[in-house]
Design a protein. Sequence first.
Length: 197
Amino acid sequence: MTYEVRRLKLCLMGDGAVGKTSLIHRFVHDRFDEKYKYTLGTSLCKKDVLFEEGPEGPFLANLVIWDIMGQQTLLPRFSRTYFKHADGALAVCDLTRPPSLSSLKDWIGHLEGISPNAHTVILANKSDLAEEIRIGQGDIEAFATPRETPWFLTSAKTGENVEAAFKALTARIVGGASLPRGVSTGRSTGEPMASES
């Protein structure tokens, strides 16, 4: 069967060491590397995701995923190239570092200034570090609700909600796309959502 192909540009944004690269590796390659590797400049990955129902029938989402270094001081130099023509972004914070949530305001502001129609989903990452978590779900809710932005608790290490978050963002961008079984979108509860089974 031939499917319509929808090519989408997705960006991951957030402070350094929040787990952006690890989330991409988990989603694209289904693996996790314990060794932290600092992203220099930008890097790109691709993954195709099949949606059985879309606005005009089944389609294949050709996701081009952009990863960028997490230093806001260098963002003005890269932001136009990084965010230009972006269809959506995953805004990532680290549950063990409260400042990484508040700084998402600036990251999202840069994105909206360049691609105002881009959709955003917030990922509160490192949910596996239960004893080190310093950001409550209420804090995430308070940040996300005024922006009408769904959010997910994620773990690149365990894979919790990683696939679901990428697919939820894709469905929001396309509009009218039905998510694979077990994946929801538009929720802001932060409750675990099952990935495609």
